[in-house]
Design a binder for this molecule. Structure first.
Ligand SMILES: [Zn+2]
Length: 302
């Protein structure tokens, strides 16, 4: 009921229904028969029309989401008995690991994905978060062994598109690890609307250190908001609430421009955002390097 109310808030049709409810509840209207007579017909027409709008809006939204789910490259399609188009490197019980689309800004990256189609990672429950963190930990060890640092980010700036939530892991040269926060901070400060309602930067790293620990990210941003978040440690980093989704750089471009600038990637590599392919030549090599860090082996080894 609450969910339904929340879902329909601000949608076409909701207003008339609420007006009707308010009048129905208000004793003054009950006693004023003249008012009721005058307005009953008008009100009935309005409510009917509102209900129809609401139904149409819900059907349209339902069809739109179904189409997105049918074509999602990160979803398991059980009805067709198909795994995700994105190659599965490592499979937990609620979360899996895949490779980034090509071209990569930095060779050897990875993507952490909840199996269930979530709109953003804030929608994930405690069990999903435990597995997300396991993957973050193991990837950090993998990259450290290669002498590299890693930045994790989630671009959840367009919730209306209902894309499958994912966390990108981008390895960067070790000596860039310390300066990465400054690059992101500067980009967030100059991004988006000039007059913003929200604080430009949500320092989840500081909030984690101040006592929120691993809950810092989940307690700092409302899951209904469009946002971008980058992690420099397991517990936090910097978040930004996006004021205007339509003006935010398309796809992952915001992060790609920052990271691409840091690692001196070519402009055409930064701009290009590819798709996943069912067979990926990089998968075997990654799996080999990943194996000794892979926490999901405890699941299959019993
Ligand atoms: Zn999906």
């Amino acid at each position: 009921m609450v969910r339904e109310e929340r879902r329909t808030r601000g949608q076409a049709g909701g207003e008339g229904l609420r007006l009707a409810e308010r009048i129905a509840k208000d004793g003054k209207f009950d006693n004023d028969l003249e008012y009721m007579d005058e307005n009953a017909e008008k009100l009935a027409r309005r409510v009917q029309k509102s209900e129809l709008n609401l139904k149409n809006a819900a059907v349209n939204e339902f069809q739109k989401i179904n189409k997105i789910l049918d074509n999602c490259q990160l979803c398991h399609h059980e009805d067709r008995n198909l795994p995700p188009v994105a190659p599965i490197i490592s499979l937990g019980t609620r979360v899996y690991l895949t490779l980034p689309t090509e071209p990569e800004l930095s060779e050897g990256g990875a993507v952490i994905v909840p199996i269930q189609h979530r709109t953003n990672l804030l929608e994930c429950d405690d069990d999903e978060w435990e597995e997300i963190r396991n993957f973050m930990k193991c990837l950090t060890r993998l990259y450290h062994e290669q002498g590299r640092e890693v930045v994790f980010y989630e671009n959840a700036a367009a919730p209306q598109r209902h894309m499958h939530a994912a966390m990108q892991a981008v390895p960067i040269p070790y000596d860039l690890g310390d300066t990465a926060p400054a690059f992101f901070k500067e980009a967030m400060l100059s991004a988006d609307e000039e007059w913003s309602q929200h604080k430009k930067i949500i320092d989840t790293g500081a909030r984690a250190r101040d006592g929120l620990g691993k809950l810092a990210f989940r307690r700092s941003i409302a899951k209904e908001m469009p946002y971008f978040h980058v992690w420099f440690t397991l517990d936090g980093g910097l978040g930004h609430v996006v004021e205007d989704s339509n003006r935010w750089p398309r796809g992952d471009l915001f992060a790609r421009e920052i990271l691409g600038g840091m690692v001196d990637a070519e402009p055409d590599v930064i701009k290009k955002q590819g798709r996943w392919h069912r067979s990926d030549g990089r998968a075997d090599g990654f799996k080999k390097r990943w194996r000794k860090f892979d926490w999901t082996r405890v699941l299959s080894d019993g």
